[in-house]
Ligand binder design. Structure first.
Ligand SMILES: Cc1ncc(COP(=O)(O)O)c(C=O)c1O
Length: 463
């Protein structure tokens, strides 16, 4: 299809961008000799760049965000109508969309009851860490303040979130980090041969038991919370092994440790359930979410807690410090919950959870068929429309391919007009997993077009 912008001259925009915009996650030196990419328009699963070139987007806006696809007028209208009526008032007061979205969200999260609004995944996680610390000080003399996080997980970009960051390349050069964060081992079964003592049988229970070992080493009375992604995203699309979550839940209960699940990627449909943890029957105490909450139509993040956590912040009204003393200026923006309400209506009315399960199964089947053809694919994993293919030099050693080769696959797909992802500056030596997270509206033809592009790219890059 010809680009819709081929007649428009956007050269000034390109120059303005080159001169003044500092992009996230990319080196800028190459822009001295090549143009930065400007994404000009999107519709459904597709986006167009400044040259009018069409791309099929298999990563929902690059970082797994645009769950309901591009060009949703009903979300734009809901936001517009709300902004004209009431755009902002600080969160000490309520708003109509804030109350209605909280009610709707909680209806999808049995066992949870309170929604705290903010603007990014990092911010939501920071606030969860602050709640853990405040509970430790108010109830345990400051002792139960440590937060456990997992190797290969990511929780955000701020210094406290990086302190809970299990991706060493992402953390590199940003230390020193905040004290009180303790790392536990990852649960990637495909790489169990790299973990001392990992068994072939019951790997999931073993991986969870490593968390208990860390708790015992630190002292259970010093550990306040465990923060985990339900499916590790940027650390390699790591689906939890059998038996893992059941044991994690038991351990948290046994040692009175709050379970904080970071649903920033998986939340609001990505894995085919409303939340990733719901695939595994887990009962969290705190859940954070951001990207898919409003599919990028507005900046909104939520920290959701159960009533037990909430109660700890209101059980002594005579103490002037007895509330969550956090400030979230833009948590009072109404555009976020207005967009989120409409986003959720779309997911329900268009049966997008069912579509996610069906299309996710198709994506996994297609990737497995590619693995039969291309020996470089060592492992295929995923849940719903969040899938990964790990590339290795050799299936016996499982040594990762050089990241430049994985990036070459992404570049080849891009040249074909298909945007896929790859783990990037994440785990040293392990930036070798191709990532696929198309919008939840993907059709069978879209899924096949994505894996066809990967097929061609693997053939050209690995011969
Ligand atoms: C699992 C996870 N948590 C938290 C974040 C941070 O979210 P944000 O970039 O909105 O701050 C991300 C971002 O990619 C993420 O993948």
């Amino acid at each position: 299809m010809d680009g819709i912008f081929s007649d428009n001259d956007l050269s000034h925009v390109v120059e303005a961008d080159r001169a003044h915009v500092w992009h996230h996650l990319v080196q800028h030196k190459p822009f001295e000799n090549s143009d930065p990419r400007i994404i000009v328009e999107g519709k459904g699963m597709r986006v167009w760049d400044q040259k009018g070139k069409e791309h099929l987007d298999a990563v929902s806006g690059g970082v797994w965000t645009v769950n309901v696809g591009y060009g949703r007028e009903s979300i734009a209208n809901a936001v517009r109508d709300q902004l004209i009526k009431m755009n902002y008032f600080a969160g000490a007061s309520g708003s109509i969309p804030g109350a209605l979205f909280a009610e709707k969200l909680i209806s999808k999260m049995p066992g949870m009851s309170r929604v705290y609004y903010c603007n990014s995944g990092s911010e939501a996680n920071e606030k969860a860490f602050k709640m853990v610390r405040q509970i430790a000080h108010a109830k345990y003399g400051g002792k139960k303040h440590k937060i456990l996080y997992r190797d290969r997980d990511y929780h955000g970009t701020t210094i406290a979130c990086l302190s809970a960051g299990g991706q060493d390349e992402r953390n590199a050069q940003y230390g020193p980090f905040a004290p009180g964060f303790v790392r536990v081992p990852h649960c990637l079964e495909y790489r169990r041969h790299e973990q001392d003592g990992a068994p072939v049988d019951n790997y999931g229970e073993w991986a969870a038991d490593q968390i208990e070992q860390a708790i015992l080493a630190e002292g259970p009375d010093t550990v306040g919370a465990l923060c985990l992604e339900p499916v590790t995203a940027g650390g390699g699309v790591i689906t939890p092994p059998q038996g893992y979550w059941e044991r994690v839940q038991e351990i948290c209960t046994k040692y009175d440790i709050l379970l904080h699940i970071d649903e920033v990627v998986c939340g609001v449909g990505r894995t085919g359930t409303w939340f990733g943890y719901q695939n595994y029957g887990v009962k969290p105490d705190m859940v954070t979410m951001a990207k898919g909450v409003a599919s990028g139509y507005a900046a909104i993040a939520c920290l959701v807690t159960n009533e037990g956590v909430f109660d700890k912040f209101k059980d002594n009204a005579s103490d002037p410090m007895n509330y969550f003393r956090d400030i979230s200026t833009f948590g009072g923006c109404t555009a976020g919950p207005a967009a989120a309400l409409e986003n959720m209506r779309i997911i329900e009315d268009e049966n997008l959870l069912d579509n996610t399960v069906a299309m996710g199964d198709r994506m996994i089947a297609n990737l497995q068929a590619l693995a039969n053809k291309h020996a470089v694919i060592g492992d295929v994993r995923g849940k719903g429309l969040f899938c990964g293919a790990e590339l290795v030099t050799d299936r016996t050693s499982r040594d990762p391919v050089d990241e430049k080769l994985a990036q070459a696959v992404v570049a080849d797909c891009m040249a074909q007009g298909v945007v896929i992802g790859v783990t990037n500056r994440s785990v040293p030596g392990k930036n070798n997993t191709l990532c696929f997270s198309p919008a939840l509206i993907a059709s069978a033809d879209d899924i096949d077009a994505i894996t066809d592009a990967v097929d061609g790219a693997l053939g050209r890059v690995f011969g």
